[in-house]
Design a protein around this ligand. Structure first.
Ligand code: PLP
Length: 380
């Protein structure tokens, strides 16, 4: 064997390590802000967290897990797998556990996308889907969302022979809208059988509309549907990073081959099991959203703002693109009152703010501050 001379091997090389094509064109995920300048304890309404915190039982389970911090977790998360299987009546081997559902989206993209393939999502699709697809060198196709809502025909219109995945958050973030069971079934029926339909149910528990389904029923009998849920929203465990998916066994098996070996932690698994069992805390969390979501919608709408009908734990509010009254100025105004809302310009919605439903005092403070903001005729 003849080795290349040092000069020949160097000729092939670049000046410095270079990420593979496309990586540096990805805009990193922008999380909701947590700080407001000059305010020590602002109210964070920018990340759709549970304003009530988490179940006391989950907190206790987390603290009890402190005795085991030196140990690796069970890589298959058997205690959580068993609890989810029993709670939702699902086959344990079809469950995927992830470091948040974000990890599951990334893994699905990795499993299915090759350069030249594409994934399809709505115009305002949740940011993590596209990051994962582009990291796998897939193309991201965006279907129009008239009235901020997923349109099945528009999605189908983007599907071609290189489409491997379709992602839908239902209810969606950042719009808060949802599509009903009939639309989900129609979409599934018309998709080619080799395209994976991912139904992200991060906000599913906040939607009690009778026409809604998270898709678990469909997924039970379909070979190409994955449904995901998270412990970050209703259960209030965002910091612990626990999400799960229900997939056909061959997909769960493929994901399992490439995931990190210990992707959910001992405290995360323990707290999630306790949270799942705490129906009282779940009901209280849902009741809070059901009480204040319509109130926020009505109050903000009454001020002449556009409020997109929401089925999640937040509302998307449109501002007039008028100097002095813009969404960015409203965001800054709220921040000065210690209320952190979420600008969504990165979703192509520069005239909107997304505001998580808070406690009564928070919601009243938001409405009061925005009334002042709109009523204040002094120059910005
Ligand atoms: C639509 C949607 N899906 C998934 C997630 C992420 O959930 P997780 O914390 O499980 O990664 C979010 C979080 O904001 C979301 O809005």
């Amino acid at each position: 064997m003849t080795l290349p001379s040092p000069d020949e091997s160097r000729a092939d090389r670049r000046e410095a390590p270079a990420p593979k094509p496309g990586i540096l064109e990805i805009t990193p995920y922008i999380p909701g802000k947590a700080k407001a300048e000059g305010i020590e304890f602002p109210i964070k309404l920018s990340a759709n967290e549970n304003i009530l915190g988490c179940s006391p039982a989950a907190r206790e389970a987390f603290i009890a897990a402190a005795d085991r911090l030196g140990a690796y977790p069970d890589g298959r998360g058997e205690i959580l797998r068993a609890a989810l299987a029993a709670h939702y009546r699902l086959e344990p081997e079809r469950l995927i556990l992830g470091c948040g559902t974000d990890e599951i989206f990334a893994l699905l993209n990795q499993v299915f996308l090759e350069p030249g393939d594409n994934m399809v999502q709505g115009q305002y699709g949740f940011g993590a889907y596209a990051i994962g697809a582009r990291a796998s060198q897939g193309e991201v196709r965006r279907a129009a969302e008239p009235n901020y809502r997923i349109d099945v025909d528009a999605l189908l219109g983007e599907v071609d022979e290189r489409t491997r995945l379709v992602f839908i958050a239902n209810p969606a973030n950042p719009t808060g809208t949802f599509i009903g069971e009939r639309d989900i079934l129609r979409l599934h029926e018309r998709l080619p059988p080799d395209v994976v339909l991912v139904l992200d149910g991060a906000y599913a528990e906040f939607n009690t509309d009778p026409t809604y389904t998270d898709g678990l029923g469909l997924a039970r009998g379909a070979a190409n549907v994955v449904v995901t849920h998270t412990f970050s929203k209703l259960h209030g465990l965002a910091s612990l990073r626990v999400g799960w998916g229900y997939a056909p066994e061959p997909i769960a098996d493929a994901v399992n081959r490439i995931r990190l070996p210990f992707n959910t932690s001992i405290p995360g698994q323990a707290a999630a099991v306790a949270a799942l069992a705490d129906a009282g805390f779940q009901a209280k969390s849902l009741a809070l959203v059901e009480r204040w979501r319509p109130w926020l919608t009505q109050q903000l709408g009454g001020m002449g703002l556009e409020v997109v009908p929401s089925a999640a734990n937040f509302v998307l509010v449109g501002f007039p693109p008028v100097p002095g009254r813009t969404a960015a100025q409203a965001e800054a105004y709220l921040a000065r009152q210690g209320l952190i809302a979420r600008g969504v310009g990165n979703y192509g919605l520069p005239d909107h703010l997304r505001i998580t439903v808070g406690l009564e005092a928070h919601n009243r403070a938001v409405v009061g501050a925005l009334a002042d903001f709109l009523g204040d005729q002094s120059p910005p």
